[in-house]
Design a protein around this ligand. Structure first.
Ligand code: ZN
Length: 84
């Protein structure tokens, strides 16, 4: 959902589309539609800058403030998992 490169899912973090929100599905246990994003600064940036905010993998769109929230949480995760 960031760089749109195809990659192995285990190298990426899953975002799950819940009925009223999009959650970060670190354990990949949430059902429903999901999109994958690399846990890398470049990909988070691209995800933030996406023009339409519409993500086919999620079957919905994310407005900028939702994306900012998700990216803030992911950036925190990135900081605590520096070895990734
Ligand atoms: Zn990426």
């Amino acid at each position: 959902m960031g760089c749109r490169q195809v990659d192995f899912q285990h190298t990426m973090v899953r975002l799950a589309a819940l009925p009223d929100a999009v959650a970060i599905d670190f354990k990949r246990r949430l059902g429903g539609r999901g999109g994958y994003l690399h846990l890398r600064r470049e990909c988070l940036e691209l995800f933030l800058k996406a023009k339409t905010g519409r993500f086919k993998s999620l079957g919905r769109s994310l407005d900028r403030s939702e994306r900012v929230n998700l990216v803030n949480m992911l950036a925190e995760q990135l900081a605590t998992n520096a070895e990734l």
